[in-house]
Write a protein that binds this ligand. Structure first.
Ligand code: ATP
Length: 662
């Protein structure tokens, strides 16, 4: 079929050596869940391609334009080169386009503006040249436009002022010249505008003052304006300049450029190709059995405000060199004031506390908190030697904002070392240090033990060193065949459920020594198993040191796996009850032994048909009474309404009651 052919085409150009996309098979079914990074909608049309951070080094094929029901393309943090194909413009259902942090070159084709449903366009950190097409001004659903760190020149099109849903606009680190169009200042929802490090000139529209700290304009050759810090007052020459470049009324630009005659047949074709029900979005979000594409799309809607502007910062190797490049550029080209404004607070933290080996001897901190943290400090050398210089052979997992390696410390103990890019961390130094203090203070038998950390300015990364849990994560024990030896027996399953409940209860409770914490990212991958088959929760408290937007990528994953509480879609907030929901999903996973819970399974659970729900691998070797109570617990924890879910304390009481009764 056309979609499969298109996928094969995309595969051969994106991954010519067939290293990453082996699972995309000519005779396979892309909607079976077996094609890595591919998710379909309810009509079995491809809705999402999520291949971020996969080391893809080929090109993006024009065949992408044949996947007409795509709503999200996530190809960021790869090394994809060549042009962004014009054909991408045919995707008029697309809401998210993430091509940031790659090696794309060539121009931004005006055809991109045909994607009329686009909400996030992130092309940051590539080598794109030429002008920003005026036609982008017709993408009127756009809430995030990120074009920073490219080689774009020419002026900022005033048509961007038509983007009346835009919240974030980042054009920094390009070669743009001319004035900042006054039209941009009129975009009501705009909260962040970054144009720093360009060659802009003329008067800054005064109304941009309302953005306050959300407006960054440093390092532009001849900008002027009154009431903006570190800017000179405009002269009559500047004002004349502005007049010359005063944007045309944007209505006319929109008319001329956004709906050129040749677009219409193309777009209307797409409409007919893709008319509902083929591409329709589900009206209702089911509870835990959720289509990946639908939920990721919905989550995007609910959280678009905080999702994208910092995404470019979240790469591993590239970002380090980029930070350094921008630092050196700033220190040679620009004033100290700008330098200190742009340097990451965390970088200075690394200096001031001497965490970085390069900065040893500079430790002049008198802050008691920070001194207490010194006990947990490791140096980079130890981290490097433990992981054999971050050898791929020691790689345990690579997530959206972090990478985990297995390592052996000098004393012979085995550890898991989680590396997080500095740019994914809280940028406020005080907040970060507070988060660190909390992190090291958490202690519980069901939380994986944190031994220490190391923040390296040189690598632009922070490392967290944890005890290693040798039996792997919970996923390893789901969907296993009965001859694999991995099927857990009943009492182990109950013990694991109870342990997770204890760990979560500890996190949720507030004591004199710790605040109440919401984990926010509970899933089977975040539960590792120790030698005694006790469960240990990963990443507890980590949220406190991460930048606000960092959680978002993890969120999409948990949404995809069904761990995300339904109310998140409307509230955009994590609560203890959303942790309870994820816990409930895990309970159902453990009892059923399955990672994917089908509707049929849910009905079986609801009607207490245990024989259809409990993992066949344990045959009859389980207590029926206990199993039906646990299934009921799983169902009540995953109740659609948060108020109807029990809190973790009640869950634990129920589990203990069961134990004493059995
Ligand atoms: N302390 C540990 N002991 C044993 N294995 C671990 C430990 N920490 C992590 N792992 C393994 O590494 C995998 C990846 O860890 P984790 O999910 O925390 O990081 P990640 O892949 O970088 O994802 P994320 O972006 O969600 O943090 C885990 O699922 C687990 O299998």
């Amino acid at each position: 079929d056309t979609e499969l052919r298109a996928l094969m085409d995309i595969k051969s150009s994106l991954d010519p050596q067939n290293k990453v996309l082996k699972s995309w098979k000519n005779n396979g079914d892309p909607c079976s869940g077996s094609f890595v990074g591919v998710a379909c909608n309810e009509h079995r049309k491809i809705a999402n391609i999520s291949l971020q951070g996969r080391n893809l080094a080929g090109k993006l094929s024009p065949a992408i334009g044949d996947l007409k029901c795509l709503s999200g393309i996530y190809l960021h943090y790869n090394s994809i080169s060549g042009e962004i194909p014009k054909e991408i413009g045919k995707l008029n259902q697309l809401t998210d386009l993430y091509l940031n942090v790659n090696n794309f070159s060539g121009v931004v084709f005006p055809e991109i503006s045909h994607m009329t449903n686009l909400q996030v366009l992130d092309l940051c950190c590539n080598s794109l040249t030429g002008k920003i097409p005026e036609q982008l001004g017709s993408l009127n659903k756009l809430s995030v436009l990120s074009l920073q760190y490219n080689l774009l020149n020419g002026s900022i099109p005033s048509s961007l002022g038509n983007l009346n849903m835009l919240k974030r606009l980042d054009l920094s680190y390009n070669r743009l010249s001319g004035p900042i169009p006054a039209t941009i200042a009129n975009i009501q929802p705009l909260q962040h505008l970054d144009v720093q490090n360009n060659s802009l000139s003329g008067a800054i529209p005064t109304s941009l003052k309302r953005l306050d700290a959300g407006f960054s304009y440093g390092n532009n050759t001849s900008l002027c304006g009154s009431g903006f810090r570190a800017l000179r007052i405009c002269t009559s020459f500047d004002n004349a300049n502005v007049d010359v470049n005063t944007p045309r009324p944007f209505g006319s630009i929109t008319k001329n450029h956004t709906t050129p005659a040749h677009d219409e047949p193309q777009n209307s074709n797409l409409q007919t190709d893709c008319t509902p029900p083929t591409c329709s979005k589900p009206k209702k979000i089911p509870q835990i059995f959720i289509v990946v594409a639908v939920i990721t799309g919905s989550v995007t809607l609910a959280t678009a405000g905080f999702l994208a502007f910092l995404r470019y910062r979240r790469q591993k190797q590239k970002i380090g060199s980029m930070v350094e490049a921008s630092e050196s550029r700033l220190s040679t080209d620009h004033t100290n004031e700008v330098h200190s404004k742009n340097a990451s607070p965390l970088v200075s933290l690394a200096y001031s506390t001497g965490w970085d080996p390069l900065a040893d001897g500079l430790n002049n901190s008198e802050d008691l908190c920070q001194l207490a943290l010194q006990n947990f400090r490791y140096n980079l050398e130890e981290v490097e030697s433990a992981t054999q210089y971050f050898s791929e052979a020691n790689l345990l997992g690579r997530g959206n904002f972090s990478t985990v390696y297995k390592g052996v410390l000098r004393d012979g103990s085995v550890v898991a070392i989680k590396s997080i890019n500095v740019s994914s961390c809280q940028s406020e130094e005080a907040e970060f240090v507070r988060g660190l203090n909390l992190l090291v203070s958490l202690r519980h038998e069901n939380l994986v033990g944190l031994r220490g950390f190391c923040c390296s300015r040189g690598r632009g990364e922070c490392f967290f060193i944890y005890d290693f849990a040798p039996k792997g994560n919970l996923l390893k024990y789901l969907d296993v065949s009965d001859d694999s030896n991995l099927a857990l027996d009943w009492s182990t399953r109950v013990n694991i459920i109870k342990g997770i409940a204890k760990g979560l209860c500890y996190l949720h409770e507030e004591t004199a020594n710790k605040p109440s914490l919401v984990h926010q990212n509970i899933s089977a991958e975040k539960i590792v198993i120790d030698n005694q088959f006790n469960p240990l929760i990963l990443d507890s408290g980590l949220r406190k040191i991460l930048a606000d937007d960092t959680i978002f990528s993890a969120l999409k994953m948990s949404a995809a796996m069904g761990y995300l509480a339904p109310e998140y879609i409307t509230t955009g907030r994590f609560t203890k009850k959303s942790d309870v929901y994820a816990f409930g999903v895990i309970v159902l996973h453990i009892i059923s032994g399955k990672q994917q819970l089908t509707n049929a399974m849910r009905s079986a659970a609801e009607s207490c048909k245990l024989e259809d729900f409990v993992d066949h691998n344990i045959a009859e070797k389980f207590s029926t009474a206990e199993a039906s109570k646990l299934v009921r617990l799983g169902l009540s924890c995953t109740h659609e309404l948060p108020d109807e879910r029990p809190n973790m304390e009640a869950v634990l009481q129920e589990l203990n009651r069961r134990n004493s009764g059995s």
